[in-house]
Design a protein around this ligand. Structure first.
Ligand code: PMP
Length: 307
């Protein structure tokens, strides 16, 4: 991937050089996965001379929800995280697209049930849109099952959940695919290792409803609202069977990191014509417009960094 780390990070509320952002190897964040996080993007808008962070408040809502379920105790407020994000972008003098992570975890050392002391860091990585976002990716339906709500809830964005997606990704790559689609314990389509999934059939857009062992994705919510607003289409939220992937005219992933990523092949079956479909392409174009602020609708979704 064409990425590089910004020179500074935030560790426990303070700006530190990248090399000094370290935590103890016995922290429950490391030994027991007591670690929740968010991935956000900021987009540079050259016309406005402004950097916009996309949907900060929704990411903070989800971060606090994840920390609540994992019972992580910490002293930081929403304002601390919001100010930290903005401070980090300013101190790194960012004027291009970046991906940021906020991690909130159990620090120092402790047993499996330790809930404090809380630790946090915020990172910033220069990360342009991937080349594959334009040409589309090839996905494999994984033989690994998606973790379920009553075991390791995917709705909680915990680092530990990524073990499941990692297994599926590694298998997909070693089998010659770009990425994976995971099925639930009941065999329904869930999501990819780091992105939610939509299909288009006969002009209807469909995505698994949130009781199908998925992360409640902010990009998914953006596209559900966007499909109505931009294309006049209601998105159907319902369980999706595996073979609907093979019947679909279009398939795409969505997520903060992957943005809107077309899927042109599933299990070596071409999706539709085997090229990026028109609904996917239009949603992608409109998504970039609203995230970058070249489309001025939804100003509440963009937090400007420079004053
Ligand atoms: N599912 C998983 C498992 C993810 O890791 C992500 C990335 N955060 C998503 C879906 C997409 O979520 P969002 O649109 O909020 O980034």
């Amino acid at each position: 991937m064409d990425t590089s780390n910004a020179p500074y990070m935030i560790l426990n509320g303070k700006v530190v050089p990248f090399a000094e952002a370290r935590i103890h190897c016995l922290a429950p964040a490391v030994t027991y996965g007591a670690n929740v996080f968010e991935g956000l993007r900021a987009y540079w808008n050259a016309d406005d001379g402004q950097l916009y962070v996309f949907r900060v408040e929704e990411h903070l809502d989800r971060l606090f929800y994840s920390a609540k379920v994992m019972r992580i105790e910490h002293p930081w407020t929403r304002e601390d995280f919001r100010n930290g994000l903005l401070e980090l972008l300013r101190v790194n003098e960012v004027k291009e697209s970046v991906h940021m992570r906020i991690h909130l975890y159990v620090d120092e050392d402790g047993f499996m049930t330790a809930t404090s002391p809380g630790g946090m860091f915020i990172s910033c990585v220069f990360r342009p849109t991937s080349k594959i976002a334009m040409q589309g990716c090839r996905a494999q339906v994984s033989s690994w099952t998606r973790i379920s709500d009553n075991a390791s809830p995917p709705r909680v964005k915990s680092a530990a959940n990524y073990f499941n997606g990692r297994l599926a990704s590694l298998q997909a790559k070693s089998d010659g695919y770009d990425t994976a689609i995971l099925l639930s314990e009941t065999g329904r389509v869930t999501e990819g290792p780091g992105a939610c999934l939509f299909i288009v059939r006969d002009g209807r857009i469909v995505t698994p409803d949130v009781s199908n062992d998925i992360l409640e994705s902010i990009t998914r919510a953006t596209l559900i609202e966007g499909a109505k607003e931009w294309l006049g289409l209601d998105v159907e939220q319902r369980p999706i069977a595996r073979t609907e992937l093979y019947a679909a005219d279009e398939v795409f992933f969505c997520g903060t990191g992957q943005e809107v990523l077309p899927v042109v092949e599933v299990d070596r079956f071409p999706v539709g014509t085997g090229t990026v479909g028109p609904i996917t392409a239009e949603l992608q174009r409109r998504y970039f417009g609203v995230a970058r602020g070249t489309d001025t609708a939804h100003p509440d979704w963009r937090t400007p960094v420079y004053v």
